[in-house]
Design a protein around this ligand. Structure first.
Ligand SMILES: NC(=O)c1ccc[n+]([C@@H]2O[C@H](COP(=O)([O-])OP(=O)(O)OC[C@H]3O[C@@H](n4cnc5c(N)ncnc54)[C@H](O)[C@@H]3O)[C@@H](O)[C@H]2O)c1
Length: 245
């Protein structure tokens, strides 16, 4: 079943982790995908592995001018963009008192401003494509408070909110916008030394009793990108093994 046949997608942060898994799943479902990331070597390797339905473009999601370049590259390679997955992000764990203003601002730039820039950047292309689907990756930390997550939660709650506003503003153009809220997923992000304590506690508090694999999130992202979710927009989709109450 090719649920994304003929669709053109941009997936950010696709050099590894969940973004790379989403890119593989999208191509399996018939899409052509532009993978973007700041990690050039890894990104090129993943795109080459996937084959000629994938391209890699170097991209810092916090820079507006990079976004214009990415959308132009996608249009040139494959045509108008019908799907955007705002997946790139940085983990950051630090108590409120220890977090510097510069650290806070960087997390907001990478996790939050990026989503604003990305949604704006694809609008014209998506409108030309006749509509589309934007999937913004937030977190369970974008729906509930977690210790040590002041900056991360600020950025991820903002993604939850922007998604709901964009869904209402863009519905008349046939563009759906949803957020995805993963719990604990086995990627390089949760291997940061400063996150280990939080990860241990979260794993212990996950009713399904394990960390998930990235592909378990890809299943949801493919669904939201595809026509199967045609009446779903502005919604926050949790994939967390029962972690949130
Ligand atoms: N792993 C988890 O448990 C978990 C849980 C909830 C939410 N998330 C979110 O899921 C998304 C994917 O994370 P992951 O777990 O696959 O982590 P990851 O670290 O493996 O992948 C994130 C990717 O984003 C890229 N990136 C970082 N800053 C960037 C920038 N400025 N411009 C472009 N690319 C940049 C990284 O290079 C990396 O390839 C993130 O938004 C993250 O916040 C992860």
């Amino acid at each position: 079943m090719n649920r994304l046949e003929g669709r053109v997608a941009i997936i950010t942060g696709a050099a590894r982790g969940m973004g790379a898994a989403h890119a593989r799943a999208f191509v399996r479902e018939g899409a052509r995908v532009v993978l973007t990331d700041v990690l050039e070597d890894e990104g090129r390797r993943v795109a080459a592995e996937i084959g000629d339905r994938a391209r890699f473009v170097t991209h810092d999601v916090s820079r507006a001018e990079d976004w214009d370049r990415v959308v132009a590259a996608a249009e040139q390679a494959f045509g108008d963009v019908g799907i955007l997955v705002n997946n790139a992000g940085m983990g950051f764990a630090s108590p409120l008192e220890a977090t510097t203003e510069a650290q806070f601002r960087r997390v907001v730039e990478v996790n939050q401003v990026s989503v604003f820039l990305g949604m704006k950047a694809v609008l014209a292309s998506m409108t030309r494509a006749g509509g589309g689907s934007i999937v913004n990756v937030s977190s369970v930390a974008g729906l509930a408070g977690s210790v040590g997550a002041t900056a991360y939660a600020a950025s991820k709650f903002a993604v939850t909110g922007m998604t709901k506003v964009a869904a209402k503003e863009l519905a008349s153009r046939g563009i759906r916008v949803n957020s995805v809220h993963p719990g604990l997923i086995d990627t390089p992000m949760i291997q940061l030394p400063e996150s280990l304590e939080i990860v241990r506690a979260a794993a212990a508090a996950t009713p399904l009793g394990r960390v998930a694999q990235p592909e378990e999130v890809s299943n949801l992202v493919v669904f939201l990108a595809s026509g199967e979710s045609s009446f779903i927009t502005g919604a926050a989709h949790v994939v967390d093994g029962g972690f949130l109450p």
